[in-house]
Design a protein around this ligand. Sequence first.
Ligand code: FRU
Length: 559
Amino acid sequence: MNTGNYAMLEVFARALQPGGKIRVVSEAISVLEKCREFPVEQGYYRWLKIPVETDTEYEIFCEECQVSFCYLSGCENILEAGVCYLEQEKESGGFVKFSQARQYDSPIRETYHFAPWKNWLNDPNGLCWFQGYYHMFYQLNPHSQQWSQMYWGHAASKDLVHWVHLPVALEPQEEILNNPEEQKGGAFSGSAIMHEGEAIFFLTRSLGPMVDGENTLQQQWKMTSRDMLHFSKERLVIDRPPRGASFDFRDPKVIKASKKWYMALGSALEGKAAILLYESGDLEHWNYTGPLLVEKETGIRCMECPDFMELDGKYLAVGALMHHYDSQGRYQMCRYYIGDFEDGTFTEEHRGWFDFGSNCYAMQSFEHKGRRISIGWISDFYGEHLELERGACGSMTIPREMHIRDGRLYLTPVREIESLKSERLYRGQGENVCLKGICPNAYKAEVEFEDNIAFSIQLGGDENRGILLIHDEKGLRIQTKGVKSESVMFPAEVEKVEKLEIFADRRTVEVYVNDGEAVGTKLFYDISDQGCFILNAEAAECLKRAEVFRMESIWTGEK
Ligand code: FRU
């Protein structure tokens, strides 16, 4: 294996028995340096950073230890090139290089939605634009396809569409790494702001017993970066929740509003989900000013990943409702609240669902060049994930531009996503559409209606097991068949349907209605990779336009 431009080897490893080690061997360098051994501890995975020579042949051996995640980093143009992943070959035991451009290909893995190289992802964190690149950090468990002790993963993009994977940014606290059977937590969610040429991050460090409770400690920390590759030591800024707030006290979102710095935190007050507000003059000292909002609805453990912003002359707050079921059976949705914000007080005027498909959680937004852009975590809340070898559980929605119009939230896919449209698979009007065998199952469909007609569109699967978009006298909704979410209803809050933009990307479907009046994200796993778009309407003459385009993969090395 040749290191090319890379000067660092990063390995996440744990010893299977005493004496476990990583051996790094190169015939090309001096005898003394030829074979280096790095002891690996038993217990939890440890993050080893091993300097290597560039343009040099190496062999890496893993002795009596297990490697979960491994890559080369430390090249000069890493923001362009990304890390280079290495995987251990079953047969030879040696490590093989994967070019950055590639992603593991599988019929259930998205081709144009961001997903990690492998294993588990949740919330987007620290979204920002910094010196020419969009940065996305995210909650990552590099070791398996389940949620566990939390790390921050990191990716960068020039266009919000194509991403490169960067080195892991944060790992769980030492207390957790030393005692992972009894301590739970890690680097939880947070946000970033740009200030005086620096990126400043605020995040939660969570530490507590395996079952959350009064002994769970969630504190807010601050860290900075001048290049997005090196991060300062974290400093504690808020050490405990205010009186009356629950131990769920996390996910700082810092914003500037009315010329002041505010931090919104997810929590619960006297048993009701709430967003708490802090204020600061120097981004260092934070004072609790009271709740930004307290959710009236009961049965919600807490608010998670709050967002708060000024948008189109109004104020918008968004919160992820932990352990909440709505009347349709939908689990864990994000709710938005539009209103005014004066003298630190938010007055709600309208509320709605951020995404009617309920597989979109913990959204976060940021502003760049006058655009307010949000990304949400595509979350498997109905236990539908298929754990295939080297798979990824969790991905991100297409970045969405946010607006408030007529007192409601509008979300549209960023225009950059249009650059992925390639071959047109269908164009027509006034007739029903039946496209089958779209392979790979990655397309965008655009439909416009003359009238508010009834229709059904099959977006995946077959008669027994499928995902449909239905519009009839009960309204517009996503419906699944033959899968765990079958009994749940996914209705959109719209009165009529004039226009649809549908993004199908293997296990993920995103439906945008009426130029952003509603959007629904739903997972549907199908190992066949045969996509379909079957539109049936009785009044087919009212179909003004239907077009279907193949979408290119964002992992350019992929076939
Ligand atoms: C939301 C959440 C956050 C927390 C993070 C931990 O999905 O529970 O509240 O910071 O995930 O991974």
